[in-house]
Each structure stands twice: as structure tokens, then as C-alpha cells.
Design a protein around this ligand. Sequence first.
Ligand code: PMP
Ligand code: GLN
Length: 439
Amino acid sequence: RRLAALGNKPSVWLEFTPLAAALRAINLGQGFPDWEPPEWVVAAATRAATDAAPETQQYARSRGHPRLLRAIADLYRRVRFPKQRLDPNKNVLVTNGASGALYLTLSCLVDEGDEVVVFEPTFDIYLGAIRLAGGIPRCVPFKWKGTPREGVTSLATPNELTSAADWSIDWDALCQVLGPRTRVLMINTPHNPLGKVLTRTELERLAEIIRPHPQVTVLSDEVYEHILFDGCEHISFGSLEGMFERSVSIFSAGKTFSVTGWKIGWIIGPESHIQRFHNAQQFIVFSVCTPMQAAVAECLEEAQRRHYFSELASFYQRRRDQLVDALFQSHLGPIVPQGGYFVVASFEHVPRFVNRFPEAMTEMEALAVPGLEIDDATRDRADYNFARWLSFECGITPIPLSAFYCADHANRADALVRFAFCKQEQVLEEASRRLHQLQ
Ligand code: PMP
Ligand code: GLN
């Protein structure tokens, strides 16, 4: 029954990753860096892989490698949760990436029929993980100040530059869905796909709203915690007055150290929750890859000595500006992100595409790409067809934004796609040249 709730359909990645590869298009779809990780990060992995000691090569404790637990507690006590003691053996759990943490936390917090509130658009894994846990997603779309057409998100003029900050929480809709059956409220800051960074005011208002609902836990996905632009500040929901006990926060080494394949993530939260997640983890994966945990421990220690986290933000800001500029010049209205490594853009003013719209799906199928799977429900979706068309016409692959909405709200993404800018500057330059053809 839970599998049936997933809809038995291919995810968006099963279409656009093979499509980009087959066409040799620039893949600005799936978010993974295309550069080599920093040499000191690779060196940490090499040291861990070649250290023959059993504590590096054999099963780690289910809770996590002791050195990594200590490194996490030391760092987050200082930078995120200054009012908490953060005991490495009580408040931290290492997981199989942030994705593993999302599944683990949801399956422990949610019982059959419980409701989980998410803001839309939302990272596509959330809806699947909620359904696998037996939960019912209650989706609350963000409001956008520029929504002139009924339901559909639309830019007012072809060249309007808007910000992710213009997308705001629909407080009335949120209060309407919160009720006795709500178990979890999921937040994500900086946000994938929008790049919105929740402000202290927004987080405090969320805290006020959940205070009278003691059965609700906030699940705070903070994997892009260090990738922030224009002086934006990252605030953990759990650092607000009284909210550490009401929430759990999820982080990932993959984003921070440009090693998405390492799949090392961690959860920080109150002992009561962490204890339950730990109990469950023993019967799921038992423990997480030991040498990679040792490597991440070294990376977290070294990153602080090198002031790496602030460097990371300016490194990404250059790429964000490069892609936003290219999109803007090509009449693809970009929504400027405040954090993360994605930019959402509107294509409704790209005239060449509008004329070719009905043919996009047919042309794509004629390509007969091996391994590519199409979700039938997306055949007539404008954002999917734009992403298909841009891939073969322009050699650039984005991700259609309706992949980040539930079926009932998919039409809100009718004119939007997401581009990743975690790519080398010369790749973004080439993307910019290709986008120019759209003018
Ligand atoms: N949350 C968000 C918002 C993400 O974008 C990602 C990246 N896929 C994850 C969680 C999962 O992170 P990981 O690769 O560590 O599983
Ligand atoms: N977080 C990445 C993205 O949103 C990777 C997604 C995935 O591989 N499931 O593109």
C-alpha cells in the first residue's frame, strides 16, 4: 500500500539525467558539482582508505564514528546551537547522507495516517519519503508576489528580475492544515529548488504557530547551510528559544565538501528523538561507511582551520551571478536565489519555444534514449516539454519545476524550470553562449 502511494512512476531524474548524457547536453539538471573536490578533502579520504586500523576499516558504531560525532558536536555547539551543550553521544546521529536521515526521521516520527506538512515547491524526495513512512503529505505552496494568472506562477514582464525572498509562507494556509493529525512540519533553508533563506522573523513566526501543537516536530533540512549569498545568515530553527526540543536538524557532507557520492549526513536534536532514531538505525543499515566518516571528521576539523565555509559561499556566489546573468540576458526570467546551488527561472517569454511547444514530446521520443523513462503524466506538461526542448535544441538540460509539486499543485509550475550552478565557470560560460541563441 505504501509503495502504491508512491504512484509507481519514474522520478524526474530517470528522464533528464539519461537525456542530458545521450545528447551530450550541459546537465544543469541534477545538482552535483562537476569539479574535483578540494585536494585536502581528497587527501582526508585517501588517508582514511589506507589506514588499516580496525576502527577505520570495520563496522562503526551505529551512532557514528566517535571522531566524527565529536567534530560535529564541537562545530555545531559553536556555530549553530550556542545555547546547547550538544553531547556527541546523545544529540548527534550519523546517517547515510541527508536522504538517509530524511527517511529515518520520517519513518520514526510518522505513523500510518499521520500528516506531514511541507512547503511547495519541495525537494522531490520529501513526498516519497513521507508516503513510504505511511504519512499523508499536506502541501502548502509558497506565495509569490507576482502571481497574476489564476494558479500559475507568472512573471509580469519578460525582463523582471525577482528574488527568492519574494516567495513567502502562506501563513493562513499553514494554519488551516495544522491540526491534531499533524506530526511533522518540514522546512528547508537554504531552499532547494527556490534558494529562499528563511529569516529569523519567519522562523520565529513558525515557532509561535507550532507552540500550541505539542505533537508536532519540525524537521529542518539544512544541507545548504554554508552556501549563502548577499550577506544572508543561516539560522537553525532549533536555535530559537525553546525550539531545540521541538525539532531535529539534518545536514550533509556532500554539499559542503563537494562530495555528493560520499553519502555522509547527520542529525542533531534532543536526546529523546536521537535515541529513537539510533534504535531504528541499528535495524536498517546498522552503521554507516566507516572510512568516509573518518574522512568527514578530518574535513570538518580542517575546514575551520582554513576558513573554508565562508570561502565556499563566495565561490558559489560567483557562479550564481554568472548563471543569473546568462538567464536574464536570454529572457529566461531568473528568480535570484539567496542560498543553495539552484536558480528557478520562468520561460514564458521565450518566443521560439512557445511556437514549438506541441512538438517537444514527439521529438524527444524519436531520440529513443537508452535507459530513459518518462512519467506518462508529464507528456503534456509545459515545463517538462520546455526542459525536453531546451535539451535537444539548445544543449542545456534543466529540471521541470512541477517535479517539486504534488499532482494537485503541479500547474503552479507551468512556466518554471530549475537550473543548477554547481558547475565549473567555463561550463557556465558555454551554457551562457548556448542560451544566447534563444534571443
Ligand atoms: N535535502 C535537500 C534539500 C537536497 O537538495 C539534498 C540533495 N540531494 C538532500 C537533502 C540529500 O542529501 P544527500 O546527498 O546527503 O543525501
Ligand atoms: N539534491 C540534488 C538535486 O536536487 C540531487 C537530487 C537527486 O539526485 N535525487 O538535484
